[in-house]
Structure formats: C-alpha cells, structure tokens
Write a protein that binds this ligand. Sequence first.
Ligand code: AMP
Length: 396
Amino acid sequence: MTAFRTLDQADVKGKRVLVRVDLNVPMENGRVTDATRIERVLPTIREIADKGGKVILLAHFGRPKGRDPKESLKPVAEAVSQHLGKPVAFADDCIGEAASHAVNALNKGEVLLLENTRFHAGEEKNDPAFVQDLAKLGDLYVNDAFSAAHRAHASTEGLARVLPSYAGRTMQAELDALTKGLESPKRPVVAIVGGAKVSTKIDLLENLVTRVDALVIGGGMANTFVHATGLGIGKSLAEKDLAATALRIIEKARDANCAIILPVDGVCAYEFKAGAENHTYGIDAIPEDRMILDVGSQSVERVNAAINDAATLVWNGPLGAFEIAPFDQGTVAAARHAAQRTKEGKLVSVAGGGDTVAALNHAGVADSFTYVSTAGGAFLEWMEGKALPGVEALRA
Ligand code: AMP
C-alpha cells in the first residue's frame, strides 16, 4: 500500500497554500441550504490557518459554460465565513490580476476564496497554461476534495503535478477509510450492493466479485439477477436485457470464490406507492401481477448473517424502495445491524454513494458506521477499482 503525503509533512507557515475544496453546496435564492460540505473542510482550513499559512480556497460550483453570475461562489464565501467564525475574503476570478491582488493582500492565518474554477475552460481541460496561472498564486497545494478526485481537472490533478502537494484532513480520512474498506481490508469482506439498476453498476459488481468474500445483491437490481436465474419476478423493476450480464457476474464470482447472496423472499405490492398494500412471498413464488419493492425478512436474516461473518463491510445502494414506507424495512434492519456490529467493535463498515447516505440517515445510523462517504461519482469509481487521478497525484 502506498501512503499519501498529508498535512503532517507540509510546512505551511507563512506560505501561500492553494487548498482544493468541495463547495458545490445546494443553494436556494442565494442561500446555502445544506452546509455538510462546508463543515467537512473546516478542519483543514483551520489547521493551515492556525499554523500560520495563508489559505487560498479553490473550488468549482455547478456546471457553468464560461463566466455566469448565477454560478458565482461569492455567496458561498459568506457561508464559509459564518461556519469558520472568521472573515473569508473573495476574489472575482481564480487567476489573473484579481486573484493575485487578493492573494498579495493576505496575511498569515487569513482565508481567501477564489471564484469558480469552472468559469475557465482550462479547468476541465486540465490545460497546462491554466494550471500555471493557478500555480503562480501558491507555494503549496492541498487537496481536500475527494468527491472531485475522479476528475483529472486543473484544480484537482494538474496542480498536484506542479506544486508540492498534500492530502487535506478530510481527503486523508476518506483515503484511510477506503483503504480499510477494500484495498487492504481485514477479511472476510462482505459487500452489499443495492439500488435500482444493474446497468449503472456493472463495472462495480465485476470488480467487487474479485475483491470480496461475499456479495449481497439487493434492491431493484436483484430482480434482474433473479430473472436471469429463471424465476418469475412479476411486474418488478428489472433490466431483462441484462440477464446475460448478470449470469456472467455470477460465474465470475464462482471462479473467484465469492459467495453471491440474492434475496430468498420479496415484499410485493401492486403499485410503487407509500403505504401500498403488500405481502411477502418466497422468491420462487412472486405473483405475476405484483412488484417486489423490498427484500423480505428471511432475506434480511441472511444479510445479517453475512454481516456477522464479516470483519469488513462495504455498502452501496438500498435493499429496497426505502423512500416509501414500509418498503424501507429491509434496508433499515440491515443498516441497524451493521451499525450495532460496528459499535461492538466487530466490524469495519464503509458506505457511500448518494442514495446510500440518504438511506443510512433514514435508518438513523450514519454516525455509527466507521465511515460514510458523501462523495457520489468518486466513491463509485473507487468501488469499481479505478484509479482516481486526484488521489494518484498525492501518492508519496
Ligand atoms: P441507486 O441510485 O442505483 O442506488 O438506486 C436507488 C433507488 O433504487 C432508490 O430510489 C430506490 O427506491 C430504488 N429501488 C431499490 N429497490 C427497488 C425495488 N425493488 N424496486 C424499485 N426501485 C427500487
């Protein structure tokens, strides 16, 4: 395992430190509606400022095509300042005179946010000239934005190649957790993969079966597997054209000695609706006119038994339609069980991906997992076994 350069190795005192953060926060009418991402980067900002560094924040916001006032980071600077409890200066551009002027005005321990990096096409192109324009503003580079690390952009990868570069504390925590989860995990490792579709997670499933000891497949995607094994699934959501893919994954798992755990029963309803009348059937007896919306209690028992056997759990995707009660029960029961095993010190549990965070929050257990990643695309690419450019550039 290669280690990463972290703030422990950085001498920031008196230095201009370019810090890539994720400030792509949800906003309504110019106000930040969820400050989770801001909270996550505060430790790195505080540490650099406390050590006498000049903190220069770099971030993207939305998907602007060129300069667009609607996608300015200016209101976010105010929100960061409130959460940080000290002023955060703002520059109207992330390169050029506006930026260098603002950087030159910084004293030790002060914080500046530069305007949206994506106002320049060079950001997403990782254009060397744009990288140089950014690099002129700093002496060191710190990347604290794991969620953007799957993209080889100027502010996520290019800068790390031209300046002394380090992982920020949030990035470091994420990398530690992911290393424990899949790269060098304590065995046995069990993965739970749920969610709607197989098609969005083929690479992920193919990678996991070669890395984990048991793979639990739940949610809508399990229906495709059940169908592929020759059973009827009624009106359930499924991608029947992917039956061959499902069988290939099952075979690959067999070759790799990875147990595949599919549902043995399903909670079925006539319609996809909260409170819909429902009944649990064995997986070989799903009525033609109903759809499976959750795993049944016997399936949950098998999932929990797999969790009991595991030293490490990696989880992405809900086991059922968790947004509509009572079809949240399978996900909630398994999540609570994993949380309990984690609290008892028997399990390292790492979960991530957009809906997974929502599902664990819904179950009230996100804080009891070893680590819950809020990164969407980057977390999935990591589960697919892909190298993340922004992470690779930080390897020692
Ligand atoms: P994903 O974004 O791929 O993780 O999928 C999450 C979505 O899958 C959630 O919105 C769930 O409601 C949905 N889902 C999970 N299980 C089922 C199911 N059995 N039938 C329909 N939708 C499901």
